[in-house]
Design a protein around this ligand. Structure first.
Ligand code: HEC
Length: 283
């Protein structure tokens, strides 16, 4: 691992973008300005890759990965899991109601999350809304990283395919703070290896680290839940955040805790305009 990190460090020095470097942790650019800067950065770094392609992660920028991925997507391993999710969606709670009662009778909810909840003064994610529905109806909440919730999210994600990411950051100091906290998290170095998300997924996007090519952060939030061969199963976005924190030997934060929700808010906003295409497969 150490060796590969050194390789990334070298690449980072070569690939640092002035605009992005200046922008780090800055609260003097608005979310709308950030969106412009990030998108322009990635479009310039990967000329010829259309915006929507970034929804496919590393497969947008690596031909070898793409070939394998296309072969897997012909008979996607998540297909039966979408069906399992549909069963969960339709199975009545003990009180006779179903998830439909919490979501306007519509499983295609992806585009509505994450959002800033004014009364809670917090970012609310789809995972939280699922568990809020369960607790409201006297049911046990689901675990946030793997298992049952990924089935339900796979079904809801599949029903939401084609919806455009459209995270709104209202002009409200608390919402802006959550956004900037997420942004700061993204650019903060952490772990024994002292690496930030941005160093791998912005500055070194498209570069190889050991057997992996690093995906661009643009589009990072569109394809969830993801079936990873490494997991042999579906996992949530926050499971992946935890894994990436562990890679740099940092202690992962709690799935659906404030840190990762704010990070999701920032990162999803960065993908505004890109269509949701989950569930998907990755290495
Ligand atoms: C040392 C480099 C490194 C750092 C630092 C890092 N990651 Fe990753 N990340 C990877 C690798 C390698 C993968 C798997 C290949 C890929 O998709 O990029 C990955 C995958 C991901 C994915 C999945 C992308 C997809 O399309 O499935 C997300 C999301 C992600 N990282 C987010 C983050 C976030 C957020 C942080 C900061 C908390 C972070 N990463 C820090 C190396 C890193």
């Amino acid at each position: 691992m150490k060796k590969s990190i050194l390789a990334v460090a070298t690449l980072c020095v070569l690939g640092t973008s002035v605009a992005m470097a200046k922008n780090q942790m800055a609260t003097d650019t608005t979310p709308a300005e950030d969106l412009k800067i990030y998108r322009a950065y990635f479009m310039k770094k990967f000329p010829g890759v259309p915006l929507q392609e970034f929804a496919n992660g590393v497969n947008a920028v690596s031909e070898v990965n793409r070939e394998n991925w296309e072969a897997i997507e012909e008979f996607p391993p998540y297909e039966p899991m979408i069906d399992e999710g549909e069963v969960i969606w339709n199975t009545p709670f003990k009180n006779g109601k179903t998830f439909a009662s919490c979501f306007n009778n519509n499983p295609a909810q992806r585009k509505n999350y994450p959002y800033w909840d004014k009364s809670k003064k917090a970012v609310v994610t789809l995972e939280q809304a699922v568990n809020a529905c369960l607790t409201k109806n006297g049911e046990k909440p689901m675990k946030y990283k793997k298992g049952k919730i990924t089935r339900l999210l796979a079904y809801m994600g599949y029903q939401s395919r084609g919806q455009k990411t459209n995270v709104v950051v209202p002009n409200d100091p608390d919402a802006l703070k959550a956004y900037y906290d997420g942004k700061t998290f993204f650019f903060a170095r952490r772990g024994q290896l002292n690496f930030s998300c941005a160093q791998c997924h912005v500055e070194s996007a498209g570069q190889r680290v050991r057997s992996n090519v690093l995906s661009p952060a643009l589009g990072h939030t569109t394809g969830w839940p993801v079936y990873r061969s490494k997991w042999g199963d579906l996992g949530t976005l926050h499971r992946r955040f935890g894994g990436c924190n562990k890679q740099v030997r940092a202690k992962p934060f709690k799935a659906q805790g404030k840190e990762y929700r704010n990070l999701e808010y920032f990162l999803t906003h960065m993908s505004n305009g890109i269509e949701y295409n989950g569930p998907s497969t990755r290495q």
